[in-house]
Design a protein. Structure first.
Length: 192
């Protein structure tokens, strides 16, 4: 490593993804503090959109680097993709529930549990490895790519979509465009 890691560097991919984790968990956590069904739905939609953007960006630009350069990188990526799939399935269930349904808050808690587990795996185990194997310039380059990818990524869970770099780079932007159009037409809140 040619440079030391700067935990305050807002371009560093590990910093960006850690901030994402905090913001996503905070959005889902706020659902428990309101009794207004419309606000609950808006928060769930915004949280779901953020998780989708984050996951797709990771799959496009972080996981390929992990597979190539980290010891056991392929196994770690496969584990993360399974966790992403569990999150997508849980968010799809949440999307299908009315915010007034008693099962809604239980499903929010399930999403939070899965998200918290995934965040800890990445932050405690994988991000230190990324910082060990990549210099600051590479971490910044990945961070910039992740930020760009989040702008075009899908905002809705698509359980049948593959968790692959090729899919996200070729079809994902179109899916994201359709999602954002649907969000706008339906008045769905997807920004925090």
């Amino acid at each position: 490593m040619t440079e030391s890691h700067d935990p305050n560097n807002s371009s560093d991919v590990t910093v960006i993804l850690t901030i994402d984790h905090r913001e996503m968990l905070e959005l889902f956590g706020r659902i428990h503090t309101t009794t207004d069904p419309e606000e609950r739905r808006d928060l769930a939609d915004a949280g779901t959109a953020e998780v989708m953007r984050h996951s797709v960006a990771e799959e496009m630009f972080v996981y390929p680097e992990m597979e190539k350069h980290l010891p056991n990188g392929s196994e770690e990526v496969e584990h993360d993709k399974k966790e992403h799939d569990e999150l997508v399935q849980a968010m799809k269930k949440l999307e299908g529930l009315e915010a007034t349904d008693p099962a809604f808050l239980d499903q929010v808690s399930e999403v939070e549990k899965l998200l918290d587990h995934h965040a800890h795996d990445e932050e405690d185990e994988q991000f230190p490895k990324l910082r060990q194997h990549f210099d600051q310039d590479k971490l910044n380059e990945m961070g910039e790519k992740v930020q760009q990818a989040k702008k075009v990524a899908p905002t809705r869970p698509h359980p049948s979509a593959p968790h692959s770099e090729l899919f996200h780079k070729t079809v994902g932007a179109g899916v994201g465009m359709v999602d954002r159009l649907r969000d706008k037409l339906m008045g769905r809140e997807t920004n925090s």
